[in-house]
Ligand binder design. Structure first.
Ligand code: ADP
Length: 247
């Protein structure tokens, strides 16, 4: 491995995602309910920078309300910063409107949620194949890819099960398989173990580690110490800023 001190590693490997001095201010739409003349705003993120390299699992920790989900949404191009720049594989996310960002996400990002967000009426296989429908893949190819991914996450015996017939850990592994269907360079996961017991969490975290092969990166936000301990490095957020606290 190239020693990092000489800086060569930094210049040779383009970040999968980078954020430069990003802030996000929300305007509270419900302000008028309280009879205020002007809408008070919330500074959810304030001057955050980070750079994530291929192969890394980066954790975002911090108390509730510290800006973890906001940061993940910005990194995943679900939202754009009020100021500063997020670049996904070198492309600035704020140069696109909503449609352009949807395409950018389909090309570069897989998203995993705490509550899995699987469609209950669809089989595991169809859930995994869903992003490929948006990409216009033919049915036979979608099915083949979904089965491959279900094998990869150890659920090849569950391809025709529906989410309600599966455990929480299995559902999360299906959600991870779905996030990988478009071969994204970045997977963002918001509290991926939040609904799981320790054993299921261990499998999900092992899987998130395994998928960083092939130059992929994972950024996960979590309260769960087990998840944070499984990361290569951790950023601690406090009031929307990166804090020096060592986790
Ligand atoms: P965390 O994920 O660490 O709990 P969030 O990113 O969800 O933190 O929230 C950061 C801050 O921004 C909180 O004060 C929250 O209330 C506020 N916030 C988040 N989303 C919105 C929104 N859509 N509108 C207004 N305020 C928001």
């Amino acid at each position: 491995m190239v020693p990092e001190e000489d800086g060569r590693q930094d210049t040779e490997t383009r970040p999968v995602v980078s954020a430069v001095d990003i802030s996000r201010e929300y305007t509270r739409g419900d302000a008028n309910i309280f009879g205020r003349g002007t809408a008070p705003s919330v500074q959810a993120l304030d001057g955050v920078s980070l750079s994530v390299r291929p192969g890394e699992v980066v954790g975002i920790a911090g108390p509730s309300g510290s800006g973890k989900s906001t940061l993940l949404h910005l990194l995943a191009a679900l939202d754009i910063p009020s100021s500063g720049t997020v670049s996904l594989n070198g492309t600035a996310t704020d140069q696109y409107g909503v449609r352009g960002r949807t395409k950018l996400r389909l090309e570069h990002v897989g998203i995993v949620f705490q509550r899995f967000h699987l469609l209950s009426s669809l089989t595991a296989r169809s859930n995994v194949a869903l992003p490929l429908v948006e990409l216009g893949w033919p049915k036979a190819d979608r099915r083949e890819r979904a089965v491959e991914l279900l094998e990869e996450v150890g659920l090849d015996t569950r391809t025709t099960h529906r989410p309600g017939e599966l455990s929480g850990g299995e559902q999360q592994r299906i959600a991870i398989a779905r996030s990988l269907s478009t071969e994204p360079a970045l997977v963002v996961a918001d509290e991926p173990t939040g609904e799981l017991d320790s054993q299921a969490s261990t499998r999900v975290l092992e899987l998130l580690r395994r998928i960083t092969a092939e130059d992929r990166a994972v950024v996960l936000a979590s309260h769960d110490q087990q998840a944070i301990d499984a990361c290569d490095r951790v950023l601690y957020l406090q009031d929307g800023q990166i804090s020096e606290r060592v986790v």
